[in-house]
Design a protein around this ligand. Structure first.
Ligand SMILES: Cc1cc2nc3c(=O)[nH]c(=O)nc-3n(C[C@H](O)[C@H](O)[C@H](O)COP(=O)(O)O)c2cc1C
Length: 195
């Protein structure tokens, strides 16, 4: 009997056509792809949701309930944000708001932040803080991607190669982390593997 595939869902917080954040997310998911892993990206219009107003997602528009349902079903997530004013984009924050306070409990989450300028640390840190408050298990491989024009415009440049390698490393680690968390939750491994 074959095992249920490990579902890994990527969410892209930029709606811009030709988004570098989407390209970064694709690199992560390509690296995560392996037998037994099912990857999917939600981007563009699928993330243009009405603003969260505190209602339960099921009592709101069907597209909100549908997306929240997909996120709940995924074993692991990759959240990718463009750096907007040093923080998470409103598009991604709105999705996270719809999940309710502990909406990422039990999920392994990889984080990516993409900035036009010299640092994507602000957006990465703000995204990490939100995820921790949402009770996620954040994979400890930071993937800030500054100088997005350079990294995706000149992928053969040494700095771009380093950034792509970092994104692939995050991708390779995600299925391992998700399986480790499942095994640990099932009592199959000791807590020492998580520290
Ligand atoms: C509203 C807005 C705010 C931005 N703020 C910052 C910023 O604070 N720091 C920075 O380095 N880049 C900033 N940028 C540039 C984006 O981070 C950069 O264009 C990035 O590649 C966006 O991702 P995208 O290509 O997926 O749209 C901003 C862009 C926009 C549209």
């Amino acid at each position: 009997m074959s095992e249920t595939p490990l579902s890994l869902l990527g969410l892209c917080g930029s709606l811009r056509e030709g988004s570098f954040t989407l390209q970064a997310l694709q690199v992560v998911l390509d690296a995560a792809g392996a037998p037994g892993v099912k990857t999917e990206i939600v981007a563009g219009e699928d993330l243009r949701l009405p603003l969260c107003d505190g209602r339960h997602p099921d009592d709101f528009a069907p597209e909100v309930a549908a997306l929240v349902g997909r996120i709940r079903k995924a074993r692991a997530l990759v959240l990718a944000t463009p750096d907007y004013c040093g923080a998470v984009s409103a598009v991604l924050k709105n999705v996270l708001d719809w999940l309710a306070p502990d909406g990422l409990a039990g999920k392994v989450v990889g984080l990516v932040a993409v900035a036009g300028g010299a640092s994507a640390d602000g957006s990465l840190l703000s995204l990490r803080e939100i995820c921790l408050r949402q009770a996620a298990w954040v994979v400890p491989i930071p993937a800030p991607v500054p100088l997005s024009n350079e990294v995706f415009g000149k992928p053969e440049a040494p700095f771009s190669i380093t950034m792509h390698a970092q994104l692939r490393e995050l991708g390779r680690e995600l299925p391992k982390a998700a399986r480790m968390l499942s095994d640990w939750s099932a009592g199959a491994v000791g807590v020492r593997y998580l520290v």
